[in-house]
Design a protein around this ligand. Structure first.
Ligand SMILES: [Fe+2]
Length: 430
């Protein structure tokens, strides 16, 4: 195998180790549904193998199906998450056997496949990038399921750099054009393409994500009881759910606590707020006299290099996201303290834009001008419209393979079991 193939093989092995680590648990925990929002963990596990079979073995290599009879069970479009517990899905031992069998064949295919081939599925190893990113995304989903399960002792925590309390509250991004999206990043998804110029007026954006201290001030100021800060849909969400805090938060009358992977702990006030839905983020921003950044504002502040006039892969440049640059890839099971990554700042001085928490933007999920669906419509195209809000930047639970300045994630504005936070922006006063 050449170096590039070796790298792909290493990524395949790393992501599988991760999936297996998250499913090293009792059978009951794996087959049970912990929330109607999530699949049973063992469904995710076999689904990633089935997806790999579909795309690498059948589509890219033309190999006959290994187990065609289970395709329907693992088709995410056929059965919504809430109904998946009633599917005849494979049990843990069989699921592990199945994905291991698929993986063996996938490594054989990698060995003999021509990655210079003109087919867009083969070129630059796209199909391997597809399944690697897909599996990492399911691993992040599994972490959200494990958080909802409330079961302690299953998720590894770790050390992170200390925060620092220095620097301006906001950074300024001067008016001008920038190149949004990409034509050249090899494993970029269809929704990140094509690259296109976007002109923006000048604006301010928070240097850091909104922290727990600031968010608690919003709550203590009656933010959840004042319809002035909420959109009509947001206020409806607030009234119908009765929510008065981010998910997993509690107040015992004296201080704030949170439950994180089955353990209750004081809320670290210097961490980015996590587990807020779009409506909460939007209401906070209005209370703070600001707004959520648009997706374009977010991407320019994160990835544009105004000196070189080109987009960077990461806020700091092209270097891989080492532990001093960003909190990605489940180094610890939480966001890092605010200010922990001065070296990871963008050209405009915005920090912690990748890693820590997915950041809600003010934008709906829409195609870029010239969008072409690839390799299938259900990846992005069916989600476009005014139903999903765009999230950017990746969380502590996202892997570097599935995070870049152009990467787009999307979800319903009510969702908050995912590792989401936000930062605010405001237009330049004229
Ligand atoms: Fe999937």
């Amino acid at each position: 195998m050449n170096d590039f193939k070796e790298r792909i093989a290493a990524e395949l092995i790393a992501v599988r180790d991760r999936s297996l680590a998250y499913t090293e648990a009792d059978e009951d925990l794996l087959v049970r549904q912990h929330s109607p929002l999530m699949s049973p963990l063992v469904w995710d596990l076999a689904h990633v193998g089935n997806y790999e079979e579909l795309w690498v073995l059948r589509e890219a290599a033309g190999i006959d199906p290994v187990r065609p009879e289970i395709d329907d069970i693992y088709d995410a479009f056929k059965t919504p998450r809430k109904d998946r517990p009633s599917l005849p899905f494979l049990g843990p031992a069989e699921a592990r056997r199945y994905i291991e069998g698929v993986r063996g064949r996938v490594l054989d295919v990698l060995d003999r496949i021509d990655l210079e081939n003109a087919s867009p599925l083969h070129r630059d190893g796209f199909v391997f990038g597809l399944v690697i990113q897909h599996e990492h995304q399911h691993d992040e989903t599994m972490l959200a399921t494990l958080q909802l399960s409330g079961q302690p002792g299953l998720v590894r925590d770790g050390a992170l750099p200390p925060g620092r309390d220095a620097g301006p509250e906001e950074v300024y991004v001067p008016a001008g054009g920038f190149l949004m999206g990409t034509d050249t990043t090899p494993w970029a998804y269809d929704n990140e393409r094509p690259a296109h110029w976007v002109d923006l007026p000048g604006y301010w954006i928070d240097r850091l994500p909104v922290g727990n201290r600031a968010y608690a001030a919003f709550i203590e100021d009656g933010g959840y009881d004042d319809p002035r800060w909420w959109t009509p849909e947001g206020w409806h969400w607030r009234q119908s759910t009765g929510a008065t805090t981010p998910l997993f938060w509690e107040n015992d009358g004296r201080s704030w606590w949170r439950t994180r992977f089955g353990r209750t702990e004081p809320i670290p006030m210097d961490e980015p707020v996590q587990h807020v839905c779009w409506y909460e983020a939007d209401a906070y921003a209005r209370w703070a006299g600001k707004r959520l950044p648009t997706e374009a504002e977010w991407e320019k502040a994160c990835g544009w290099d105004p000196y070189e006039r080109r987009a960077r892969r990461y806020p700091w440049g092209e270097a891989d996201p080492g532990p001093s640059l960003a909190n990605l890839g489940h180094r610890a099971a939480r966001p890092a303290p605010l200010g922990a990554y001065p070296g990871g700042a963008s050209a405009y001085g915005a920090e912690q834009m990748v890693g820590d928490v997915w950041e809600w933007t003010g934008s709906w999920f829409h195609p870029y001008p010239g969008f072409r669906s690839f390799p299938y419509k259900e990846y992005s195209e069916v989600f476009f419209g005014q139903e999903y809000r765009v999230l950017r930047g990746g969380s502590w639970a996202a892997d570097p393979a599935a995070v870049r300045t152009t990467f787009r994630n999307w979800d319903y504005p009510i969702r908050r079991q995912i590792f989401t936070g936000f930062r605010c922006a405001r237009s330049e006063l004229v």
